[in-house]
Design a protein around this ligand. Sequence first.
Ligand SMILES: NC(=O)c1ccc[n+]([C@@H]2O[C@H](COP(=O)([O-])OP(=O)(O)OC[C@H]3O[C@@H](n4cnc5c(N)ncnc54)[C@H](OP(=O)(O)O)[C@@H]3O)[C@@H](O)[C@H]2O)c1
Length: 290
Amino acid sequence: MKLVVIGGTGLIGSKVVQLLWAEGHEVVAASPASGVNTLTGEGLEEALAGASVVVDLTNSPSFEDAAVLHFFQTSGRNLLSAEAIAGVKHHVVLSVVGTDRMLESGYFRAKFAQENLVKASDVSYTIIRATQFYEFAGGIAKASARGETIHLSPVHLQPIASNDIARAVAEVATGHPVNGTIEVAGPERIGLDELVRRYLRANHDPREVVTDPGARYFGALLREGSLTPAGTAKICTTKFDEWLERSQFTEKAFRGRSDGALTDARDLRRSRGSAGPDLRFQAREFPRIA
Ligand SMILES: NC(=O)c1ccc[n+]([C@@H]2O[C@H](COP(=O)([O-])OP(=O)(O)OC[C@H]3O[C@@H](n4cnc5c(N)ncnc54)[C@H](OP(=O)(O)O)[C@@H]3O)[C@@H](O)[C@H]2O)c1
């Protein structure tokens, strides 16, 4: 089975590519660096030839309202029409838990538009909504900084390690389309302010996090429940403190983000032929929410 991972050089994409490869699948990592551009359509026909599954793990280089909407709409349209022509059987896309509850935000309007294009297309699909990646805590701090302080709402989220979400995406990609939306989250609920506070402390970053219920998250006013998944979400196991410890502080996690994936792939290859981890899709673990 040939699988094409669009955005295969990204944080999640590179890990998914390696997991699928370690499982023995034919997998193509597609991105502008390999001559595949979903915005222009360049290289799509060639990359998708003979593919059964396409996993869309792209992200917009700009989060500015108009740019991000243009990115996800244009990329989504180009990709889905190329998939229909190529006879792709399963389109998998990674979105964000609570996307439809944060439409004040330009980023989430764009992700919602991306989801809706997928739902309206003729290609069978699975939309995976994930919670915030631990690796994204620094990005949240950056987006919420006002001078030397960081203003964040105390609402809860249930963040997840990128390795865990990559495994979930790989499982879904090798399973049957749900033609709906499933959710995947980490094991613990934590306040958004507290997550970033702990992240900064671990990185010896002296900046203060100010708890502010009115602080917006990428433009959206948050309420309790905005960022948390439904009770039916698949819950992954890596805790935030374990991740901080394993990545020996987040700066290193960023620098060596493919190191983490390579470790996974090596572990998987080592265990192939023995019992090995079972990455096959298990429908009962992923009840659809829509
Ligand atoms: N951050 C979070 O906490 C979070 C939570 C839930 C869901 N998500 C979703 O997860 C997805 C993946 O996020 P990520 O952090 O893994 O992204 P990322 O590391 O920023 O990677 C983005 C990928 O998209 C590729 N790309 C950019 N422009 C492209 C184009 N025109 N054509 C083809 N590929 C293009 C990039 O290629 P280059 O390497 O060549 O630039 C890269 O491979 C996003 O859609 C995001 O909304 C994120």
